[in-house]
Design a protein around this ligand. Structure first.
Ligand code: MG
Length: 183
């Protein structure tokens, strides 16, 4: 059996700290001081001020939301280590109409992919927008969304839950590289 070293990696919450940017904008606009540690549920409506309820998800659909997003701690080093060790990395992310271009350009800006657009128009093949990540044929998926990982593992593949305040039992980047390349 030939073992293909291909890994699917989620962007938000694994590669990119979208939540940090989201909370910064929310805190500024709604005069609050929520932090990562306050987010232990998937539905942010449960922790934001009443005035922000049902509007909180509009923030992540903004056309400039990725301008201030930083990589997750350790993501850059770890993903470069995986590539150096011969792993093919496919970024898989659910996109809004406004965020596909932004995520592609963000990945290139922080060196996760070599370029965003081939000849200015053709998207880099290492980034796939998918609302249901199970449809993507990768043998391993790293994701911070537990239901996705549970379903992925149930499909007979290897799902690796990434660490978050929602799921402290998840793996950090050093633990991911330790599991995949032994360092
Ligand atoms: Mg995610």
């Amino acid at each position: 059996m030939i073992f293909e070293r291909i890994v699917g990696i989620d962007i938000d919450g694994v590669t990119a700290d979208l939540l940090g940017r989201w909370l910064t904008i929310y805190n500024e606009e709604y005069d609050d001081n929520l932090r990562h540690a306050d987010v232990t549920d998937y539905d942010l409506n449960t922790i934001v001020k009443p005035a922000a309820r049902n509007r909180i998800y509009d923030i992540v659909a903004r056309s400039d939301i990725y301008d201030g997003v930083l990589p997750m701690t350790g993501a850059s080093d770890a993903i470069h280590m995986l590539k150096d060790a011969g792993w093919e990395v496919i970024f898989i992310s659910h996109c809004f109409r406004t965020t596909y271009d932004q995520k592609m350009e963000w990945l290139a800006r922080f060196g996760f992919i070599d370029y965003a657009w081939e000849n200015g128009t053709r998207p880099n093949k290492s980034f796939i927008a998918a609302r249901d990540k199970l449809m993507i044929n990768v043998p391993i998926l790293i994701d911070d969304h537990l239901p996705t990982i549970t379903r992925f593992t149930g499909s007979g593949r290897r799902g690796m839950l990434f660490h978050s305040d929602r799921h402290p039992q998840g793996l950090t980047w050093p633990e991911v590289t330790g599991a995949l390349i032994g360092r």
